[in-house]
Design a protein around this ligand. Structure first.
Ligand code: HPA
Length: 266
């Protein structure tokens, strides 16, 4: 049995419509899914077990705000040593399941000096600084075209709805360009200045591979970053994973409210 067949065999209710990738510290959203079917990654054929602290490593499928969602509580990072094929595998499985929408979230460092730790940011575009691309290799024509268009990687229509939802709730939602790097070391101050010059507003170690695979397969994408810290060199203090987790804990409520509103709109 392959991953898609295994997941289908476990599904009880209607087919999932919206895929959710929950980043560091943001997995709590999956705890709100009703009538959940929980599938640990280690049970899914071809899935590795995720390792980062703060990531549970399971799929949670069920109802959220009246929609059927398939949530990844924890994702696979390139810095864990997984191939790009594995990092993007869950997105491919979503596509095989017929899902057309992907809401991707992450924790990121703020590069834009107008940002503050604890802000949420709508991702308007990204810059791939991984030095590789998940589509390198023979093109899988059943997934999508050899040279996929990336001119609207993050859906403007869906993004406007998200911005309106934030306004209605009085939640500050920044907008900006996400730079994806391999990590796992955080950036140096010089690298942060470089990324700002390149046009980045936030930097993190995920999302870009999954979004490239999602667009290759024709999905509509919405991205939200939780600015868990200001990137290195902006404030006079070292960066720690604990700070990342503490900040995401603080913005959790706004994050949950906003994402649930977005999901309820479909
Ligand atoms: N840099 C890279 N990735 C991150 C950061 C950061 O400052 N914060 C959370 N993820």
């Amino acid at each position: 049995m392959n991953a898609k067949e295994y997941i289908e065999s476990r599904l009880e209710g209607p087919k999932p419509e919206i895929g959710l990738i929950l980043g560091s510290g943001l997995g709590v959203l999956a705890d709100e899914i009703e009538s959940p079917v929980v599938i640990p990654y280690k049970d899914i054929p071809g899935f590795p077990a995720s390792t980062v602290a703060g990531h549970k490593g399971q799929l949670v499928i069920g109802t959220l705000e009246g929609r059927t969602v398939l949530a990844m509580q924890g994702r696979f990072h390139f810095y864990e040593g997984y191939s790009m094929d594995l990092v993007t595998k869950p997105v491919r499985v979503m596509q095989e399941l017929g899902m057309e929408k992907l809401l991707v979230t992450n924790a990121a460092g703020g590069i834009n000096e107008a940002f503050e730790a604890g802000n949420l940011m709508l991702i308007t575009d990204h810059i791939n600084q991984f030095g590789t691309n998940p589509l390198i290799g023979e093109n899988q024509d059943e997934h999508g075209p050899r040279f996929p268009d990336m001119s609207e990687a993050y859906s403007r229509a869906w993004g406007s709805k998200a911005a309106a939802a934030a306004r209605n709730r009085g939640i500050t939602l920044r907008e900006g360009v996400y730079v994806g790097t391999t990590g796992p070391s955080y950036e140096t101050p010089a690298e942060v200045r470089m990324l700002r010059t390149l046009g980045g507003d936030a930097v993190g170690m995920s999302t870009v591979p999954e979004v490239v695979a999602a667009k290759h397969g024709g999905m509509e994408v919405l991205g939200i970053s939780c600015i868990s810290n200001m990137a290195a060199g902006i404030l006079d203090q070292p960066l720690t994973h604990d700070e990342v987790m503490e900040t995401t804990e603080k913005v959790k409520q706004d994050f949950l409210t906003l994402v649930k509103d977005i999901i309820s709109q479909g």
